[in-house]
Design a protein around this ligand. Structure first.
Ligand code: IMP
Length: 198
C-alpha cells in the first residue's frame, strides 16, 4: 500500500520508514508527495496540533491519488500553560533548537513544576477528504540543563522517567518505541492495515 507523506524533510521520511519497519508494517510503502517542495507551502496557523495536521493533509492530498498523511508535533509544558505547543519550532526569535531550549529554561527558571509532554497528531486524507486523525503523547519532565547528544529539538531537556534518560540519550529505535510520534504512527499503521486495498 502506497502511503504518501506531506514532507520534503529527508530526516522525517527516514523516521517514518524506520517506524514502519520496526512495527512490522513492511506493506506500508511510504513515499514523499512528488514535487512537494514545488507546491506553495501550506501555512501552519492552526490553534492546535490537530488543526495543523488536518489542514496539511487536506491541502496536500488534493495533489495525489494515494492515501496521504501529514503530522504536527511539539512540546506542551504545564507550568507555561501548554507553551510552546504549536509554536515549538519557532518559540525563540532565532528558531534554532539551541535558542528554543535556552528560552524554555529561562521561562521555567525557579518553577518547581517541570511536567511536560510531547504530542504528535497525524491526519490521514485522500483526494482532499479527511479520513481520520491519530494522536500520540509522551510524558516527561524538563531538566535544568541539557543531557545527551542524539535526537533533535527539545530532546536533550526532556527526561523520560520510565527509562531514566532524556530523549537525546535514547537510540532511534527506543525513542520510536516510547515517543509521541511512535504512538501516533502505530495508530496510523493499525488503521491502514484494516483498510480495503486497491
Ligand atoms: P514539526 O511537527 O516538525 O512541525 O515539529 C515541531 C517542533 O516540535 C520541532 O521543531 C521541535 O522543536 C518540537 N518537536 C517535535 N517532536 C519532537 C521530538 O521528538 N523531539 C524534540 N522536539 C520535538
Amino acid at each position: 500500500m502506497i502511503l504518501r507523506c506531506a514532507t520534503s524533510n529527508a530526516g522525517k521520511l527516514a523516521e517514518f520508514r524506520l517506524a514502519a519497519a520496526a512495527l512490522g508494517c513492511e506493506w506500508a510503502d511510504i513515499r514523499p508527495l512528488d514535487n512537494v517542495s514545488a507546491l506553495p507551502p501550506c501555512e501552519e496557523d492552526g490553534a492546535d496540533f490537530e488543526e495543523n495536521a488536518v489542514k496539511k493533509a487536506l491541502y496536500y492530498s488534493a495533489y495525489c491519488e494515494d492515501f496521504l498523511f501529514a503530522d504536527d508535533s511539539g512540546l506542551e509544558v504545564d507550568a507555561l500553560g501548554g507553551a510552546p505547543g504549536v509554536r515549538s519550532a519557532r518559540y525563540s526569535p532565532e528558531g534554532t533548537d539551541e535558542a528554543n531550549n535556552r528560552l524554555l529554561l529561562e521561562r521555567l527558571a525557579g518553577s518547581p513544576d517541570r511536567r511536560a509532554r510531547f504530542v504528535c497528531v497525524i491526519a490521514l486524507a485522500r483526494k482532499g477528504q479527511l479520513i481520520a486523525t491519530f494522536r500520540g503523547s509522551a510524558e516527561g519532565v524538563i531538566l535544568d540543563a541539557p543531557r545527551g547528544a542524539g535526537g533533535f529539538g527539545y530532546d536533550p531537556l526532556f527526561y523520560y522517567e520510565p527509562l531514566g534518560l532524556t530523549f537525546a540519550e535514547l537510540d532511534p529505535d527506543t525513542k520510536m518505541r516510547v515517543s509521541h510520534r511512535g504512538e501516533a504512527l502505530r495508530r496510523l499503521f493499525d488503521y491502514c492495515a484494516r483498510l480495503p486495498r486497491g
